[in-house]
Design a protein around this ligand. Structure first.
Ligand SMILES: [Zn+2]
Length: 492
């Protein structure tokens, strides 16, 4: 196995492989695929082609206003789809600017070459065989930062630079999404002050998490050596697992409170005794019940629980869910959440993400110290290491494998959707009243979130990690028809 991988690693270093063209074609291919599935979804959002509420939903949304809400859902989804397609094109353009060699000639042709170069001496300088890329420019720029004297330090400076740049480039996109798109459909509750604070906190947090992770990964690769592919994967996996095990308990205490306020659910709330007795009935190790101010940003609603496997768990309910649903509906939603607990879905998800990481890492390591790949993007064997910068190899390998990531996205969505169905079925097994309340709660949440449209199945499999409302209601009816809702059934 190891010998086979090493042979493949050698073959991929063939200098005649034009990696730049391959990578740009892949980026175009993934972009085209995403446009295609977006196109498949369009008819479902047209009031001419799908004029009335899907028949599965009708029994749950009997009010005459529902047809109007359905049309509002179509308009909202249509705007979101148009936005996603526009952003997809902008992202593709950004990739081309970063990775193609036409950026510098384009600036020269526009008569801006010398102006840019006098302001930024790294622009267009030192490209191998005239294939200078902006990626190479940013790498050189990071090398000029104070203290960037080793490859590791230059890599960390580069990661910080790219993160900062990414945040700046995403600002107009995020602003539009919140203050134009969501605002237009009545969901935005974010003030401009919260928005700016979120962006700053998000940036600081990304840097604080990314830099130690990247440093750890680069250290491991450097320590094992690029040839020891399987050992690199094993050590990085162990490192990431350790990091995740720290983050699972740390997240609700250190990170979530940066963005939201958590207050204990008042004991006189009608929801309180329902949740307490449900937890007791199911032997759920309930710690505290928190209410989160989700309404600070958006009127979309949710509930979840957190806590390490084998330890006390805490339940979080969005204030928006409490406002919009009856206490029995909130209880049914929590029955679904406790289904996730009963079936140990946190562990399933952790394992899925580890498998996914292992697979991606194994493919990335094939490209470590690949001089041919690096030369395609204007990198010569650097002054710091003979193979060229590892971080750039990893980044380019990740882009080469983006079609693989799309396939993985189908698979992981398949897993999470399966878990949702299982959790819904768990609630059904608690009794028919839970099934009825869960159906009602799901319908009313989706109605308020304007998510009542039909969905193309490929579009849904690619973009949705939860089944759609129609799929869930159908599955719930199926489970009830199978007799899983008989009140008092013991085999939970
Ligand atoms: Zn769920």
């Amino acid at each position: 196995m190891a010998a086979l991988l090493q042979d493949l690693q050698q073959r991929l270093q063939d200098p005649t492989i034009d990696y730049q063209t391959i990578l740009l074609c892949i980026a175009l291919g993934v972009g085209a695929f995403e446009s295609y599935i977006g196109h498949r979804q369009k008819p479902f959002l047209s009031p001419l082609l799908h004029p009335t509420l899907p028949s599965t939903l009708k029994p749950f949304l009997p009010s005459p206003d529902s047809e109007q809400t359905y049309r509002k859902s179509q308009a909202y989804s249509k705007d979101k789809l148009a936005y996603a397609s526009f952003i997809g094109r902008i992202d593709l353009l950004e990739s081309f600017l970063l990775l193609s060699s036409i950026t510098a000639p384009v600036f020269v042709a526009l008569g801006l070459g010398s102006a840019v170069q006098s302001a930024f001496p790294w622009f267009g300088a030192g490209g191998e065989k005239g294939n200078w890329t902006l990626l190479k420019g940013f790498w050189d720029l990071a090398g000029g930062f104070p203290g960037a004297t080793t490859e590791l330090r230059q890599s960390l400076a580069f990661v910080a630079l790219m993160t900062l740049l990414g945040t700046v480039l995403s600002l107009p996109k995020e602003y539009y999404k919140n203050f134009v798109l969501e605002e237009k459909h009545g969901f935005n509750k974010t003030t401009r002050a919260t928005f700016i604070a979120d962006q700053i906190k998000g940036l600081v947090l990304s840097l604080a998490l990314e830099i130690p992770i990247i440093a750890g990964i680069l250290k491991i690769i450097d320590w094992v050596g690029a040839a020891g592919m399987l050992r690199i994967v094993a050590w990085i996996m162990a490192f990431i697992l350790a990091f995740q095990l720290i983050m699972i308990p740390a997240y609700p205490y250190l990170i979530a409170p940066l963005f939201n306020t958590f207050t204990p659910l008042p004991e006189d709330s009608p929801v309180f005794p329902l949740v307490k007795s449900l937890a007791q009935k199911l032997n759920f190790p309930l710690g505290r019940i928190w209410v989160m101010d989700g309404s600070k940003r958006s009127s979309h609603s949710n509930a979840f629980f957190f806590g390490l496997p084998g330890m006390t768990k805490h339940i979080v309910i969005y204030d928006t869910l409490l406002e919009k649903s009856t206490p029995e509906e909130v209880e049914a939603i929590l029955a679904h959440e406790l289904g996730h607990y009963a079936y140990a879905h946190v562990l399933v998800l952790l394992l899925t993400s580890l498998l996914q990481t292992a697979f991606s890492l194994s493919t990335f390591t094939l490209f470590l110290s690949n001089a041919s790949l690096l030369a395609s993007f204007g990198f010569s064997p650097s002054r710091l290491s003979s193979g060229g910068p590892t971080i750039i190899s990893l980044l380019l390998a990740a882009s080469l494998f983006s079609p693989m990531s799309s396939v993985l996205q189908f698979l992981t969505n398949g897993v999470t959707r399966k878990l949702e169905y299982q959790a819904d079925e768990f609630a059904v097994k608690l009794g028919e009243s839970y099934a009825k309340n869960l159906k009602g709660a799901l319908a009313s949440i989706h109605e308020k979130n304007l998510a009542l449209t039909g969905t193309d199945w490929i579009y849904s499999a690619y973009h949705n990690n939860h089944p759609t409302l129609i799929e869930r209601l159908d599955a719930l009816d199926g489970a009830l028809a199978d007799g899983k809702g008989k009140e008092g059934k013991k085999d939970l």
